[in-house]
Design a protein around this ligand. Structure first.
Ligand SMILES: Cc1cc2nc3c(=O)[nH]c(=O)nc-3n(C[C@H](O)[C@H](O)[C@H](O)COP(=O)(O)OP(=O)(O)OC[C@H]3O[C@@H](n4cnc5c(N)ncnc54)[C@H](O)[C@@H]3O)c2cc1C
Ligand code: FES
Length: 266
């Protein structure tokens, strides 16, 4: 009887797909019915029976639902992209550390995000859109490969009206009138306060070189937070897949202060 009452942390709970919104040809946002209440920056494990499981950052959440923005890259993500509203997926979590809002309160916050790296910060940016008084300003620096790769267009249009926002693409296309260039090239255009707090999320090389640009602008590693998407399996500190040196990224991360993460980045 007692054994039946011990919750199994590996046991996923069913969640109905409420809506699926394609963002690009390969990135879809899934709205899932669940009581999970994540902190911004945390991730869940999403699975399909007989297919497998994948760790995915929560890109937004509200009463009774979370949203996951999933790029189709392999077995699990391809199967997820074939689902329809009304279908069932399985979730466990949330796992990992979120972004430390207490550390940002009262400071200028700069969010530099590239590609699918915008997913783990989308909910946080939307939170500050509703609570602008918590910060001494929010600057956004968002980069995508091409205009066709831009995620969250509706949100970005709204953010452009609320916060100083630099939106750039690595390669322009016919009809693109916006900025062209890597995120790293635009860091120096942001008017940074000495005590600014910085979030950098994106592919490993983008994180490395973007952080280096902020450090050139006299920002200290302690003022920077990154999210490391290390390969993960259990998400619970048991299997060791995510381990770098003695650190379990699934437990201590994926959000790290850079003073800690600089020793972990491969
Ligand atoms: C904390 C965390 C948060 C994540 N958040 C998101 C998210 O919000 N949206 C999203 O689309 N993806 C996210 N990912 C990546 C996602 O987990 C992988 O893309 C997914 O597990 C691939 O599963 P698959 O079975 O479809 O691919 P597989 O069939 O396992 O692999 C397909 C290809 O993807 C590569 N791959 C697999 N896993 C990873 C990984 N973790 N990192 C880099 N390459 C990988 C493989 O080497 C292979 O080339 C996140 C990963 C972590 C660890
Ligand atoms: S994913 Fe298993 S220990 Fe971190």
């Amino acid at each position: 009887m007692i054994a039946n009452q011990i919750a199994n942390p590996y046991l996923p709970a069913p969640a109905q797909v409420l809506a699926i919104q394609p963002q690009t040809g390969v990135d879809y946002t899934f709205r899932l019915a669940t009581d999970i209440e994540p902190a911004w920056g945390q991730f869940v494990e999403i699975s399909l029976p007989g297919v497998g499981e994948a760790p995915i950052s929560v890109s937004d959440a509200g009463p009774g639902y979370i949203e996951l923005t999933i790029r189709r890259v392999g077995k699990v993500t391809t199967a997820l992209h074939q689902l329809k509203p009304g279908d069932t997926v399985y979730l466990r979590g949330p796992y990992g550390s979120g972004f430390p809002r207490d550390e940002f309160a009262g400071h200028q916050l700069v969010v530099a995000a590239g590609g699918t790296g915008v997913a783990p910060v989308k909910g946080l940016i939307n939170y500050y859109a509703g609570h602008p008084g918590e910060l001494a300003g929010l600057n956004l620096l968002l980069g995508f490969k091409t205009p066709a790769d831009i995620l969250f267009r509706t949100d970005i249009e709204r953010w452009q009206g609320l916060f100083p926002t630099i939106l750039t693409v690595d390669q322009g296309q016919a009809g693109w009138l916006g900025k062209v260039g890597l995120v790293t090239e635009f860091v120096k255009e942001i008017p940074l306060k000495n005590d600014a707090r910085i979030i950098v999320v994106g592919p490993p090389l983008m994180i490395k070189f973007t952080v280096a640009e902020f450090i050139k602008c006299q920002i200290k590693p302690e003022q920077i937070w990154v999210s490391l998407e290390r390969r993960m399996h259990c998400g619970l500190g048991k299997c060791g897949h995510c381990k770098i040196n003695d650190v379990y990224v699934c437990l201590e991360g994926p959000v790290f202060n850079y003073s800690r993460a600089r020793d972990l980045v491969d």
